[in-house]
Design a protein around this ligand. Structure first.
Ligand code: SIN
Length: 545
């Protein structure tokens, strides 16, 4: 099952109480909460800069509680968007605890200034499938503001040790890395991770009483995506190799509106644009969403809007559709509410205050993940997962817009509280240095060939886009699995004979992640939410075109 190329020569080893892998809203919140206990030592690792996360790229906002809103209505919306597959208990936790935690962690502690109206009250926005205006924002750069606020608050904590440019390679788990054969009969237990220092080009054993996976999503395994470069399924693949339970992996959410201009690379056009009145049009100017969702029209759940766009593009041969906000808001309103989208589109030659925006769907969010409970515990002992890499069941088969930041916040907080309580009662034993095999690359001469890494990554992205995308079938999925298996063999061989690099680690994880999704998609023959199969077995949750 789990193998890694290690022998006993490497010397560096770090020991900590809690190792957190990832610095988006979920990992950062967990770190902030844990660091309040000054007796705890926390190691925070990130493969690039701490701001390099899906959180930073989030535009629309985060859910609070609107003036005419309550937890029950919010919960109703989560469950409706989730197409019958959302875990009601997770929805209840989010709806009941979310707003107070947002105020405490983001507004009071991290001092994030959300937009206010002329009366100094929070300005509530709307997005698809919400019955109430309840989304607070910082212009159209909410994620960036949250990320900066949290990282700044974390930097003042003396009990956090930072490791940037550090890519986790694999979790350290027993019995896989144990020298004691009798550990085979005990539950799988996590003791930290092998971490690749990208600058020093060495792998360190980072040992911890508890490890939290907060590595984010996987959009980059698709050709078109709104996600940043690190979103390649690293945490999911590591957890899978270690034997963690993974659920709902067929539910990959596509955002309906990524900018479709050459060179703009999946730049997100926030759903808030439709929330503020934007209307989808065919390239010849006809609104079409009422034909697909007479009740919600342009604010239908994301899976419905993405499939409608895909359908109209495919049947009419369009390369994109249009999103018109210019006819519905003044130039000043557009520039004030969407400064980042306005400026970026202008850079690509589209003035959104005067003309419609060319858009296409793109892979956006992974609704499945490493199975966790109400406090983020995975099926592996001493391993927690929070944020997009985890699956609380909240999103079911289709995530309600702007719930993900709040989920990261709530489960980051809950995991931290649970870990603190657990460590107060008894500290899991951290293995000694002699117990964990060190990593050694001696004998491996070759540096990885970037052309091979890039070529294989593009192959994965194309397979996923065409065969495991918005519209799936048994034949397409079987073909994807065959091709991905072949590629995985090639990549594994390459991995074993080549020195490590961040790109190689990511490629190995990407192909593993792609297979997890393709296999779950082939296994589930019923269309539901964002998993749509043309050869679907009919069922209650179907929300077809
Ligand atoms: C958006 O701004 O459209 C993205 C919000 C989300 O993914 O929840």
């Amino acid at each position: 099952m789990y193998t890694s190329k290690h022998v006993h020569t490497e010397t560096t080893m770090i020991q900590t109480d809690v190792l957190i892998i990832g610095t988006g809203i979920a990992g950062a919140t967990a770190a902030l909460r844990l660091a309040e206990n000054t007796n705890l030592r926390i190691a925070l690792i990130t493969r690039a800069d701490p701001h390099d996360s899906n959180t930073y790229w989030a535009q629309g906002g985060i859910i609070h509680r609107g003036p005419d809103d309550n937890a029950e209505i919010f919960m109703e919306d989560i469950l409706a968007a989730g197409a019958g597959a959302s875990n009601p208990r997770a929805a209840q936790i989010l709806a009941e605890e979310g707003p107070a935690l947002l105020e405490n962690i983001l507004i009071e502690i991290s001092k994030i200034e959300f937009d206010k109206n002329q009366n100094g009250e929070l300005n509530y926005g709307n997005e698809a499938a919400h019955q109430r205006r309840r989304i607070i924002h910082v212009g159209d750069g909410t994620g960036a503001a949250i990320s900066k606020g949290l990282i700044k608050a974390l930097k003042s904590k003396p009990n956090i040790q930072w490791f940037t440019d550090a890519t986790a390679v694999d979790l350290i788990t027993y019995p896989h890395h144990s020298r004691d054969p009798l550990d085979t009969y005990k539950p799988i237990t996590c003791h930290g991770a092998y971490v690749f220092d990208r600058k020093g080009r060495a792998v360190h054993r980072t040992l911890a009483a508890v490890t939290i996976l907060a590595t984010g999503g996987l959009g980059r395994i698709y050709r078109n995506t709104t996600n940043p470069p690190g979103a390649r399924g690293d945490g999911l693949a590591m957890a899978h190799r270690a034997g963690a339970s993974i659920i709902n992996a067929e539910y990959v959410q596509f955002h309906p509106t990524a900018l479709a201009v050459p060179g703009s690379e999946g730049f997100l056009i926030s759903e808030a644009v439709r929330g503020e009145g934007g209307v989808l049009l065919t390239p010849d100017g006809h609104p079409f969403m009422q034909d697909y969702s007479p009740e919600w029209k342009d604010l239908a759940p994301r899976d419905v809007v993405s499939r409608a766009i895909h359908h109209i593009m495919e049947t009419r041969g369009y390369t994109h559709v249009l999103l018109d906000i210019a006819s519905h808001k003044s130039v000043e309103e557009i520039q004030k509410r969407f400064p980042n989208i306005y400026a970026t589109c202008l850079k690509f030659g589209v003035d959104i205050s005067r003309e419609p925006i060319p858009v296409v769907p793109a892979a956006h969010y992974f609704c499945g993940g490493v199975q966790v409970d109400e406090v983020g515990r995975t099926s592996i002992k001493n391993l927690y997962a929070v944020g997009e890499v985890s699956c609380t069941g909240l999103h079911g088969a289709n995530r309600l817009a702007s719930t993900s930041l709040l989920e990261g916040l709530v489960w980051g907080h809950r995991a931290a509280r649970d870990i603190e309580a657990k460590l107060a009662v008894s500290q899991p034993r951290i293995p000694t240095r002699d117990e964990i095999p060190a990593w050694d690359e001696s004998g491996l001469d070759a540096d990885p060939d970037p052309a091979l890494i890039q070529g294989d990554m593009q192959t994965i992205q194309n397979i996923m886009w065409h065969y495991v995308g918005l519209v799936r079938s048994g034949d397409r999925l079987s073909r994807a699995i065959r091709e991905l298996r072949h590629l995985q063999n090639e990549i594994e061989t390459f991995y074993r004979v080549t020195k490590l690099s961040d790109g190689l680690i990511g490629l190995r994880n990407a192909v593993e992640t792609a297979l997890i999704i393709a296999q779950a998609s082939r296994h589930n023959r019923q269309s539901r939410g964002c998993h749509y199969r043309v050869d679907s077995v009919k069922g209650e949750g179907d929300r077809l075109l």
